[in-house]
Design a protein around this ligand. Structure first.
Ligand code: 13P
Ligand code: SF4
Length: 300
């Protein structure tokens, strides 16, 4: 029996569901029940009837699944799978920032720890940040937006709101530069340019559309274009090519690889099942507080 077949059996035996982010290794995406962006995976985690969730992504995503499904066992195959951007702000720094701006609404990107979410009024993902600001926080005079300065800059440009920001960023998306996109565009002049909002504003200004990873998958199917340049992590190419065999996809940068998104592999997933590793454990208090900010987001 190969590892994929073994995982299928273990999944049945444990009444488990496997959720995988769009940046996961191709073989992990292929054995997952759902592959998606942070928002769609949160929604799947909230509504699954399985008793166990194996989360193939990075740690904050597994925490979000646990917060939304507190009665379920949530396992992350490797605890080293963190997100460097999420690590750029701590709960203590968030508390200090709030104390410096009393009365401001606290908005956090989903790429934050559960402890930081617990300090915030509202959460957002790359798919809904603009809407959350425009609709969810329209009555608030001041808004703190952490930790991604580039997503905040994009949401600010789209909503016309100014934010109190944090100097966080994604080290992978921040290394995609306009020259990468322009060089690809010179090779493929008819390609549609899809850019993730974690990119720098100078890269965003070259976009035909600014989208979450799920948004890119949806757009690729709907668009009349037959070629696309994707300014995001390269892992998305597997799913998007599989779903659109007649179309061509080029990464803006060949170097755009998130190392922690590649830690999870089939062997570690088997180990997660067999040794019940590694269970995501959060305090009741943090879960209850963080759930408010996530549920406030899910209303939009
Ligand atoms: P998405 O929610 O768009 O998939 O983004 C998550 C992420 O970590 C991007 O780097
Ligand atoms: Fe975090 Fe960037 Fe990796 Fe996404 S691509 S998980 S934001 S480091």
């Amino acid at each position: 029996m190969n590892q994929a077949e073994k995982i299928k059996e273990l999944k049945k035996k444990n009444n488990a569901v496997i959720l995988a982010h769009n940046y996961q290794l191709p073989e992990v995406q292929d054995i997952a029940d759902y592959v998606g962006d942070s928002l769609s995976l949160s929604i799947q985690a909230a509504k699954t009837e399985a008793a166990m969730i194996i989360f193939c992504g990075v740690y904050f995503m597994a925490e979000t699944a646990k917060i939304l499904s507190p009665g379920k066992t949530v396992l992350i195959p490797d605890v080293q799978a963190g997100c460097p951007m999420a690590d750029m702000i701590t709960a203590e720094q968030m508390r200090k920032l709030k104390a410096e701006h009393p009365g401001a609404a606290a908005l956090c990107y989903v790429n934050t720890s559960a402890d930081v979410k617990a300090e915030c009024d509202m959460c957002c993902t790359s798919a809904n940040a603009v809407r959350v600001v425009r609709e969810g926080l329209k009555d608030r005079n001041e808004i703190i937006f952490v930790p991604d300065r580039y997503l905040a800059a994009y949401a600010s440009a789209q909503s016309g709101r100014k934010f109190i920001t944090w100097e966080g960023y994604c080290p992978i998306h921040a290394e995609i530069f306009p020259a990468h996109v322009l060089s690809r565009k010179s090779m493929h002049p008819n390609a549609e340019v899809l850019v993730h909002p974690e990119c720098r504003p100078e890269v965003i200004s070259l976009a035909d559309r600014v989208l979450s990873t799920e948004g890119m998958c949806v757009r690729a199917k709907k668009s009349p274009a037959s070629e696309f340049i994707l300014a995001t992590e390269k892992g998305i190419l597997h799913r998007i090519r599989k779903e659109n065999p007649g179309k061509k996809f080029y990464p803006a940068s060949d170097a755009a690889i998130c190392p922690t998104m590649k830690i999870t592999n089939l062997e570690r997933i088997v180990n997660a099942f067999e040794n019940r590793e590694h269970e995501v454990i959060l305090s009741q208090e943090v879960m209850d507080k963080a759930r408010i900010s996530i549920e406030n987001m899910l209303r939009y």
